[in-house]
Design a protein around this ligand. Sequence first.
Ligand code: C2E
Ligand code: MG
Ligand code: MG
Length: 576
Amino acid sequence: MTHPRQRASDHKGQPITASKSSPSAADFQPEQYTEDLLAGYYDGVIGLDVSAHITLINKTACQITGWTQTEALQQPLHRIFKFVDTLQAKTCQEMISDIINNGQILGPIKNHQIQLRNGTILNIDFSISPLDEQTAILMFHEADHENSKQKNPLLYQFSHDSLTRLANRDTLQRAMHHLHNEFQQQGKAYSILLLDVDRFKLVNDNFGHQAGDQLLQLLAERMQHFIRSKDNIGRWGGEEFLCLLPDADHETACLIAQRLVQGIADQPFLLNQQKIHISASIGIASYPRDGDDPEQLLRVADNTLYHAKQNGRNRIHSTKQLTENIFSVGTQLENALNENRIIAVYQPIFDLMTGEQVAEEALARIQDENGELIPANDFIDAAVELQMVHRIDHQVIRTMVTRCYESFSQSKTSCPHFVNISADLLRHPQLVKDIIDFARSTCNEKCEQKQCEKKPFVIEITEQELLGEVDEVKKLLAPFIEFGMPLAIDDFGSGYSSLSYLADLPISYLKFDGSLIKRVAFEERARKIITGIQRMAESLELVTIAEHIENQQTLDALREIGVSWGQGYFSARPAE
Ligand code: C2E
Ligand code: MG
Ligand code: MG
């Protein structure tokens, strides 16, 4: 090995030595030198005296090791971190004094493990070089992060969460301040995403904490595929992750967030040979749109995350029961989707006055391995929670469109085919487009021949799925409406009735909730409510439909009130 003063230096893990412009030992000013050195390097730099005590430490070294400068100065190196395999079978002190006394560089050594004070094991590339007769310089960086370091040296300055190997909260905070200063100076936009794993507790409760930890590790890995190379993601705490997006305005941030949400929900995670479906909620904040400083942006992200969760909670609250076996239902669904075992059954809808069949509703079923049909009630809530329901909708609507085309070909009349859709489907514009393209190419010609004013498909959306801003809902439903598909509100009266939807959305059908219908013949209050809604619907020229008609008394009561159409076990059960 050559003496440091005879070699040029670089900062990519190569030995550091005094360069031509570096101060000589004679005029060496430790503080000044520290500042000069630190300005140019993104590696961790630690100055050591002959007894291996720390005489200087830069910020990166602090970030990687988890020590502050004040804490670390004058401490022996082995208190800051330990080399896992003793180098050259020497104590740290012997090693440093040898380097200084012999004037020889140690390293570069690649991929050597060190243990931090919190127990985390890190792989580092490092070298130790003598600086003068009293000092050696240890220079290091994390071995794994060479790539991201080259791409964005500022954001490389992370120390890591021991479980996920991502940046931890402290370093994320520091990185965010760096990012802010840089982008504020340049007058450019950046964004942050705060991501929280939905129902993580369920994973821990069902599979144990070890599985929960493993899931976080897999998630950390997977998320890297959905962010850009210049983005950085770290563990904010628990099951929360923070993602820093340089050069991303709000629109870009929304796209990345959408990609993350989909990327997490679309494919199951494999835990102990079991497929687990999870989803995540994300809060977004962008500079300068949402705030002037990192703290404010974090507050906004936290707030928007809370709202995302609230929407989720509303859905959870509205679902009949979030069963504990949600994950096994998820696996069953995943298999059924992959093996084309999601099918549709159809329940006729009758005109209550004439008794004529006027429409039908498509309902999803899983066909199990024995050919038995599992009703939607047993899996749809889990599918909503696991954000898999858009795939069911896609499958059922395509099946229904094909059936509609066939019935068109056979008969002259075109009775409307009702199909249920979810808010989850609306969040997948590409699938919506695919459905409409398919419907257009399959049925348009027939519709023109029969001069249908409206398309013979009606989309049903439940009240609780419509929770949210009317304008937003309108925008999401626009492709269906523009294509000419009438809209039905399902389960009206189930507790979420929002009359503003009736006023603001182009709704053609109103379906009374089954639980209300079951009471109509026996409870005066239920009867009054249905009568009131019926009158309002008439004034809005809506067709009303009663579901769950199970007996003659109910049918009679509904006829008396003047409800237009009905469906239920009394007339016909759903069938293939
Ligand atoms: P829904 O759209 O209100 O459908 C009516 C539900 O009531 C169906 O249950 C149907 O089988 C059942 N039903 C029909 N007549 C009677 C009756 O007389 N008495 C009783 N007690 N029940 C009756 P199913 O098929 O299990 O569906 C449950 C819910 O799942 C549906 O309620 C709908 O909200 C949802 N769903 C079904 N298929 C799909 C789908 O393809 N996509 C989406 N997003 N949701 C679906
Ligand atoms: Mg329905
Ligand atoms: Mg319903």
